[in-house]
Structures are given as structure tokens and as C-alpha cells.
Design a protein around this ligand. Sequence first.
Ligand code: 9D3
Length: 262
Amino acid sequence: MTFDVITIFPEFFRSILDHGLLKRATASGRVTIRLHDLRDYTDDRHRTVDDRPFGGGPGMVFKPEPIFRAVEALRSEAPETVFPVVLLSPQGRLLTQGVAEELSQVARLVLICGRYEGVDERVAQNLATDEISIGDFVLSGGELAAAVVMEAATRLLPGVLGNAESREQDSFAISSDAPAEVRHGLLDCPHYTRPAEFRDWKVPEVLLSGDHEQIRQWRRRQALEKTWRRRPDLLAHTPLSGAERQWLESLQCAEHEPVSRK
Ligand code: 9D3
């Protein structure tokens, strides 16, 4: 898979490309990440990428010409192939695991990172094929969002993850052919490691018991309870057994966790 990132801050991506998953994926040749400096697609002496908004108002807006020129240069490299052009913007559809799975299916993805007050709307209307937001909070630009999209899509590519970090166990994984112990669409259960007692806080007895069926059931119930308390919205998509449904109903007398904790 190839990502083409269009940005005024190509250097911004160095640290994420030099560590962890994206480093491994690029080193093994499974992923290629090409960084394109938007200013290289300007045609004036000052390499201008932005201008004042028509109609007035604060801040600056990305001009359309350099962005169109950058994407069209990428298209002319491979005129016969079509690939999605994603504009990262607060107005986009929300990134979910499902969207990440969708994006990971394509061989090539262009990611346009905006800055300032925004990007000329003609980019969203006539150049981008998709517009994505990573959540309802304000960032200063699309670079972090592009990094998030690349990491989420890359870890879904065949051969990128080892068994130890198998994506089948991911909290938000949505594939349907997984073994029974996999907790789809649920938050994860708690994890513990040694020591069995730390500052008077003991690891739950069942995890030390060696009884794998009991452990499996405990983990499943912990995941269900945590999801019910913190993210009841996720349970709408979770297939539940009759026993699990009953057990959750017994929790209904208890309270959802308050928004602020401690
Ligand atoms: C404070 C400025 N806002 C006025 C209502 C609009 C605004 C413009 C540009 C807010 C953020 C940005 C820059 N953000 C992104 O480019 C962005 C983003 C985000 O802010 N949140 C979540 N996902 C994304 S993807 C790109």
C-alpha cells in the first residue's frame, strides 16, 4: 500500500515513520509513505499556499491551485489507476475501525492535510473523493489526523502484525469469523502482570487459578461490564448470549460510571 501525504510540514511525520509499526511496515516494503511538500506545487516566489477568506473573517484559507496541482501530479504518474483522495477535515465523516478497514483495501491513498482556518471548499467538492475527521475535537491541522489514518489502516494489512498483537483481539475489530473468546465491539478486559501483589493491590484471584474456562468467563464479563459502564453505545452492535444478557440486566440496577472519575 502507498500513502501520498500532501502537507506543508513533511518533517512533522519523521518521528512516527521512524518508530514502531509504520517503521516496520515501511522497512519490510509492505507500505510506502511518500511525503509531498505542498509548497513545491506553488508557482510564485514566496511559495504561497494560503490567502485571506472571501467574505472576510479571521485567519487564512488554503488556496486550491497548489493542492490541485499536487494531486494531478500524482494522478499523472499512474494515469490508468484510480485511487481515493482523502481530505482530512473537521467536517469529514468520523474515522472508525470500519472506515480504517475500508481504507486498508486500496493499493494507494492520497491524504491532504489542511491547516489554518480551512481549505478552499472547491478541494472538498471537486478534488477529494472522501473527507475524514478523527473525532469531535479541534486540532491545528490535518497532519496528526493523517498519521492516525495511516497507522490504523497499516496495521490491518496482511503480514504487518505479528501473532502476539493479532488484530483479531482488537477491541473494535468487526470481522465476524473469530473464535468465541474474542470480544468484538467491546472494550478490553483488565490486564495484569507480576507482581501478584503490589502496594496492597492484589491481582484478581481467578487469574492465578489456572482454570482457563473460569478465566475466559471472567474476562468476558469484565469486558461487558466495562463497556456497559463507559461505552453503552458499543453494546448495540454486540451479539450477546442469553446468559450474558441476563448478567448485564443484573447490572442495570447499578449505575453507569460517572463522566469524571476520582
Ligand atoms: C478553530 C477553528 N475552527 C472554527 C470553528 C474551525 C477549524 C478549522 C481547521 C477547526 C480545526 C481546523 C484544523 N483541523 C483539521 O484540519 C482536522 C481535524 C480536526 O481539527 N479534528 C478532528 N479531525 C480532523 S482532520 C483535520
